[in-house]
Design a binder for this molecule. Structure first.
Ligand code: MG
Ligand code: MG
Length: 280
């Protein structure tokens, strides 16, 4: 889940011990395991509510609590955002169809700490320019993670994401929603925008844990919030991608505590089952 940008003078950023980071890794990897189970279910014809039902059961069976369910009144365990929906979509009756993209954002609370991660999947035959958006958005997350090192500033992460997606590839970078610190609360300081200047913003210190989460639009950057008060979609109706890792700030580079490896393995297996399936 994404934080809404806010203005404040008081900022409280926690430094986690190595032990705390290992506990947080378990929460983050439980999110990755849940997204992997989602990946295995993805196909044209499946209702997005079925993904949410499975995810909640999977998380609770493994000793966790879905972080999002009830957060600020959010009604589900997953945020499911299809095509032009950027983030915070509600799971529901919608049936996935060939050519869709679906962003799935998940949070797990376990042992006193939250993990938060998101992944955007292609369903069947997705247009090459949309597959490229997914590839570049995922790559931009890793460009940001590289900058999550001791003594850097939040703006170094922001700049890395914006430079790669907007300047190099001409995509729209969502500005109203930002990454965030994560820990005992789902959303903590600092805010981590996907746009900004090098050398600006809060100082990063080894042991901080932040959710880095580029939300990148194929078209323009402008978004709006729907009548449900949650669903954020692009104004121009073009597709949007979202990838997120819970990330520990390291001495020399950031370390993702969540992992895409099992999700990507499930994607590949899906592609082998269905020869019409594209993989990234
Ligand atoms: Mg999230
Ligand atoms: Mg988040």
């Amino acid at each position: 889940m994404v934080a809404t940008i806010y203005f404040t003078s008081l900022v409280m950023i926690y430094i986690r011990t190595k032990d705390e980071i290992e506990i947080m890794r378990k929460s983050a990897l439980m999110v990755s395991a849940t997204l992997t189970e989602v990946a295995k279910m993805l196909r044209p014809g499946i209702q997005t509510s079925a993904l949410d039902t499975m995810a909640e059961t999977f998380i609770r069976d493994n000793g966790g609590v879905p972080s999002f369910k009830g957060y600020g009144g959010f009604p589900a365990s997953l945020c499911i955002s299809v095509n032009e929906v950027v983030v915070h979509g509600f799971p529901g009756k919608y049936e996935l169809k060939d050519g869709d993209i679906i962003s799935v954002d998940c949070g797990v609370y376990m042992n006193g700490y939250h993990g938060d991660s998101a992944y955007t999947f292609a369903i069947g035959n997705v247009k090459p320019e949309v597959l490229q958006l997914l590839k570049i958005t995922k790559e931009s997350l890793y460009r940001g993670i590289e900058q999550a090192r001791d003594n850097n500033r939040v703006g170094d992460i922001s700049y890395a994401v914006e430079n790669f997606t907007a300047r190099e590839h001409g995509y729209g970078v969502v500005r109203e929603l930002v990454g965030h610190g994560v820990g005992r609360q789902l959303h903590e300081d600092p805010q981590v925008p996907n746009y900004g200047r090098r050398g600006e913003g809060k100082r990063l210190r080894e042991g901080m844990v932040i959710a880095i989460e580029p939300m990148i639009n194929l078209g323009k950057k402008e978004v709006f919030t729907g009548d449900d008060g949650w669903t954020v979609a692009t104004k121009d109706g073009m597709q949007s991608a979202h990838f997120e890792h819970t990330t520990a700030v390291g001495k020399h580079k950031g370390e993702p505590l969540s992992s895409f490896a099992p999700i990507e393995a499930a994607e590949t297996a899906n592609a082998e089952l269905n020869s019409s399936y594209y993989t990234l």
